[in-house]
Design a protein around this ligand. Structure first.
Ligand code: 1PX
Ligand code: ADP
Ligand code: CA
Length: 585
């Protein structure tokens, strides 16, 4: 195969002659008329070629084609360091080559196109794109049409675009409509939009596999369609933590070349009902209160979180609770080991082998039956009780612009575990210190009132007697239920079993509402006794929950964070090493 695709010849770029070589894996070109010591080689992995066009082609700012017989243009990925973040920015590189003859030109373009097909099996051909026109700074449509669509077109990807007209439209579409022919789903928006796609795809996959999502013990089926995220939201934590930069062009290029990053998902249950799925934050106390407060200030856009964060901080609350957790195997990794999950992470790769032991390639991944718990050594549940400033569970680092290293800097994207962060009640200034450390490289876990545990499951409950207390939290919750029609959609779209379940859920909520409205008047002057859960930016309608991590349940068009520091080291190396370094393979 490798030898079949090999092609070598002299080519011209501008008025300089180059020796160009295509092996199976790389396209390289070296200046021909220089002395050996001065020769520079550019090496582009075939997997990172975006497109090959006949003629002299430019696509930015607008597509122009000078259709000459002897020229061809190669578009590929170029990297640069981002000034503000740790990851690498990707942009579109372009080189126009001239050949001595048309025959040779056709040979080059044919060989390159064949090499692309052979070496990038996961490149999408057809994508379903959802744009939330109201996410973040309301620029979703503009971002997609000006920055992303031209790249998809260049790469020969056809896309079916839906601009959403209401919340949950994307989720409902994925649950109900025909998805044949699509290789992946792209969401243009923020974490809320991603969450819709996540719920739609996980729900659809379980429906088709005949699995019951409401059973917390069931081993869920991984989703066959990849998810791409074009960031256009407020926090954009999932994009930041899986790509390392918030940049629509970088994300579009990851989609085009069919990068594949598995991701752990946390299911949240209440009394054998599925409440939601989460990939980043399931947070009680501070983060729940910030979200509840921020819903009132949506008009502020992304700034609503900073404003609400300050208001909630100043209200100085802590909450009683019982946290039980099932620790993950401590021999595999630790949330305090100061490592980072980067592109090609070993801890995650070993997890893939553990979670999907019979598969060596991702193609057959989805047909394998496996049990996440059976081959792990079961640990013992641990229980702690007390007053907490916040209780957070995160399946990944949850890095974002506010916190470049994230809630748990050493968490892994795809290791089948989550990190449980317990912040015990403490002096307000100490809590501020904890929060502030998220903004720098200082260790937020190195504080006496903070604990962090790597876990497979967590249960949260209220101490005896607390369930009856009335609180602002349930008031907030009721508003959230009304605003978000939380369970309605399940009853509209679900199976008979889901329908029955949703009736139970609705009754439970109505009970909550009644108790809340009777008792709220009696004690609303008190500090609230109960907070709410923030689940990836949604308020949960239950306080007592059971969370379980499902290893690698979905796959994103991403590859994890590329180490910007490593690239700098590479740039100081010889040209030969440099080209190897920047492939990251
Ligand atoms: C003093 C500085 C404190 C900085 C604290 C930073 C902690 C940042 C943790 C971020 C975790 C992000 C997890 C992701 C959550 C998102 O899914 C979710 C939805 O996002 P979307 O609207 O884009 O759809 N976003 C959120 O729930 C937002 C949570 C944000 C919490 C930020 C809190 C800011 C706190 C500012 C406190 C200021 C105290 C000042 C006192 C004088
Ligand atoms: N057309 C729409 N109108 C109103 N809400 C929408 C629409 N499309 C999506 N949504 C909802 O908007 C919420 C926020 O969207 P998101 O894209 O995450 O932006 P942000 O990061 O600013 O919160 C999501 O929960 C999503 O369900
Ligand atoms: Ca994880």
């Amino acid at each position: 195969m490798e030898t079949d695709l090999r092609l070598e010849s002299s080519l011209w770029i501008g008025n300089k002659r180059y020796r160009a070589v295509l092996t199976g894996w790389h396209l390289k070109w070296t200046e021909a008329d220089k002395k050996n010591g001065d020769k520079k080689t550019v090496s582009v992995p075939v997997a990172e070629v975006v497109g090959v066009e006949n003629g002299r082609v430019e696509i930015l700012p607008q597509k122009s084609v000078e259709d000459t017989d002897k020229d061809f243009t190669v578009f590929y990925i170029k990297r640069s360091r981002s000034r503000s973040t740790y990851g690498l920015l990707w942009s579109l590189g372009r080189t126009q080559f001239s050949c001595p003859s048309r025959v040779l030109r056709d040979q080059w373009t044919n060989h390159l196109r064949t090499a692309l097909k052979t070496h990038s099996p996961l490149r999408p051909h057809r994508l379903l794109v959802f744009i939330n026109p109201f996410g973040g700074k309301k620029k979703g449509r503009e971002i997609y049409h000006s920055l992303v669509a031209p790249l998809f077109e260049l790469a020969g990807i056809s896309s079916h675009v839906i601009v959403t007209e209401r919340a949950n439209q994307a989720r409902d579409h994925l649950l109900k409509k025909d998805l044949t022919g699509f290789d992946g789903v792209v969401c243009v928006g923020g974490d809320g939009m991603f969450s819709e796609v996540l719920h739609g795809l996980i729900g659809r996959t379980q429906q088709e596999a005949g699995l019951c999502e409401t059973d917390p013990a069931v081993t869920l089926q991984p989703c066959p369609l990849h998810i791409g995220i074009i960031p256009a939201g407020s926090t954009d934590c999932v994009c930041y933590a899986t790509v390392g930069v918030i940049d629509p062009v970088s994300s579009a290029l990851h989609i085009i070349i069919g990068d594949s990053q598995p991701l752990d998902v946390c299911s949240v249950h209440h009394a054998s009902t599925l409440v939601r799925y989460s990939v980043s934050l399931v947070g009680y106390g501070f983060y729940g209160d910030v979200l509840a407060e921020s819903e009132k200030h949506r008009w502020m856009g992304p700034l609503r979180y900073d404003y609400s964060g300050t208001v909630v901080y100043l209200s100085n609350r802590s909450y009683a609770g019982i946290v039980q957790y099932l620790p993950a195997d401590p021999l595999l990794s630790s949330p305090k080991d100061k490592t980072r999950c980067l592109s090609g992470c070993n801890v995650c790769s070993r997890s893939t082998e553990r979670l999907f032991p019979h598969t060596s390639d991702s193609g057959s991944l989805y047909s394998s039956h496996f049990s996440q718990y059976s081959n792990d050594s079961e640990g013992e549940w641990v229980s702690v009780e007390g007053r907490f400033r916040c209780v957070s569970i995160t399946c990944m680092s949850s890095s974002c612009a506010r916190s470049p290293l994230g809630l748990s800097p050493s968490a892994h994207l795809a290791d089948g575990t989550g990190d449980l962060i317990l912040v015990w009640d403490t002096h307000p200034l100490s809590f501020l210190k904890f929060l502030y450390r998220h903004t720098s490289t200082q260790d937020q876990f190195d504080l006496p009132f903070v604990e962090v545990h790597r876990v497979k499951a967590v249960r949260f409950s209220l101490p005896d007697g607390r369930e009856e207390e009335v609180h602002e939290g349930i008031g907030e919750l009721n508003r959230a239920i009304e605003e978000r029609e939380y369970v309605d959609t399940v009853s509209r779209n679900g199976s008979q079993q889901q329908l029955a379940q949703s009736v139970v859920e609705r009754e439970t909520m109505n009970e909550h509402k009644t108790v809340a409205s009777i008792l709220c008047g009696l004690c609303c002057k008190k500090t609230p006794a109960v907070s709410v859960w923030n689940c990836d930016g949604e308020i949960l309608p239950f306080t007592e929950i059971f969370c379980r991590i499902h290893g690698q349940l979905v796959r994103l068009y991403a590859r994890g964070i590329e180490d910007g520091a490593a690239m700098q080291n590479c740039s100081q190396e010889s040209d030969k090493n440099k080209s190897r370094c920047i492939t990251y393979k």
